[in-house]
Design a protein around this ligand. Structure first.
Ligand SMILES: Cc1ncc(C[n+]2csc(CCOP(=O)(O)OP(=O)(O)O)c2C)c(N)n1
Ligand SMILES: [Mg+2]
Length: 310
């Protein structure tokens, strides 16, 4: 298999950033949580408060009194990331401080599923926070149970190979766009410059901002730790996880044109898909193509609206 067709341009400015998070965290080898966290904090800086619900990240940061976060880190109940972060923002307002980034950082289970009502309420009130969802596509911390972010036909411990998941992955971008929030973006570990630029934009804006990033979990995806970045790159190249932004819930921008590699390239290095038959892969390919077409139509529509405006 061709390794990649993506040749990033070197950007040495990336090396001029200051690290806020520290080494010594407890993530599994190949986990995508901390590389993105490190990148985010390089952009957001020390004046940041993290709010994290129950999830791998809450464990990975370290056991009290140790922490790799480098900034204040508030643990909250599983379903309350967005509500808790809104509370932190309210407290800062009472103190007269408007110079702090309040960041909710939650898994897909805490975002797509149990935290969805708090998320929806905070988004609807346009609470002033950056909400980051790291999407490893299952409840990993408690033993790889399926979530509504798990892709169709994937193996998890609650969707065994004999009865893999049949439901579609929830469209988080669509749900958040429907809330007309100021900013929504998807991000990938294989595109760190794009990820940094998105955290920068999120930092500069006010109101409810969300970054949804694709977060490989070698343990749960039954793959090798060395494939972390490669999987994220393949997810973009195969259109499984396109990189795009939505401004104000209406204006869609595509950041990286997906090359349309066959989805099998992405599936075949993950044990969670090892039971798939050629006809299953065909169905997945169709779904991926349809989703991408739908996204391109929104981008096209946004471009036409913009040229009408000018
Ligand atoms: C109300 C409640 N239900 C269940 C749990 C158990 N629990 C803790 S973490 C977790 C899974 C979190 O999944 P996700 O948000 O996807 O993060 P990940 O573990 O994958 O990083 C569950 C089910 C809990 N802490 N609280
Ligand atoms: Mg998860």
């Amino acid at each position: 298999m061709a390794l990649t067709t993506f040749t990033p341009k070197p950007n040495f400015d990336l090396l001029k950033v200051e690290d806020v998070s520290s080494p010594g965290h407890l993530a599994c080898p190949g986990c995508g949580i901390m590389p993105a966290y490190r990148t985010a904090l390089q952009v957001l800086g020390k004046n940041t408060i993290i709010v994290a619900p129950a999830c791998c990240f809450a464990v990975v940061d370290g056991p009290f009194p140790y922490s790799a976060a480098g900034v204040p880190f508030m643990h909250c109940a599983f379903e309350t990331a967005a509500a808790s972060a809104a509370g932190v923002r309210a407290a800062l307002e009472v103190l007269g401080r408007d110079d702090t980034n309040v960041v909710a950082w939650a898994g897909d289970g805490g975002t797509f599923d149990i935290g969805l009502q708090a998320l929806s309420a905070s988004a609807e009130r346009n609470e002033d926070m950056i909400y980051v969802c790291y999407d490893n596509e299952a409840y990993m911390n408690t033993g790889i149970q399926r979530s509504s972010a798990t892709p169709r036909m994937a193996w998890t411990t609650t969707t065994p190979q004999q009865a893999p998941k049949i439901e579609y992955k929830k469209d988080l971008g669509g749900i958040m766009a429907a809330h007309r929030i100021p900013y929504f973006a998807t991000a990938s570990l294989a595109h760190p410059e794009d990820m940094m630029a998105k955290f920068r934009k999120a930092k500069e804006l006010r109101g409810f901002r969300m970054i949804h990033y694709f977060c490989p979990c070698p343990t749960g995806w039954k793959t090798d730790a060395r494939y972390m970045v490669k999987l994220d790159r393949l997810a973009v190249q195969t259109k499984v996880f396109p990189l795009y932004e939505v401004f104000g819930g209406r204006r869609y921008v595509l950041n990286v044109a997906s090359e349309g590699l066959p989805v099998s390239e992405y599936l075949k290095i993950q044990g969670r898909f090892s039971h798939l038959q050629p006809e299953d892969i065909k169905l997945i390919q169709q779904e991926v193509n349809d989703n991408y077409e739908e996204l391109l139509a929104k981008v096209d529509h946004s471009n036409r609206q913009r040229s009408n405006d000018t």
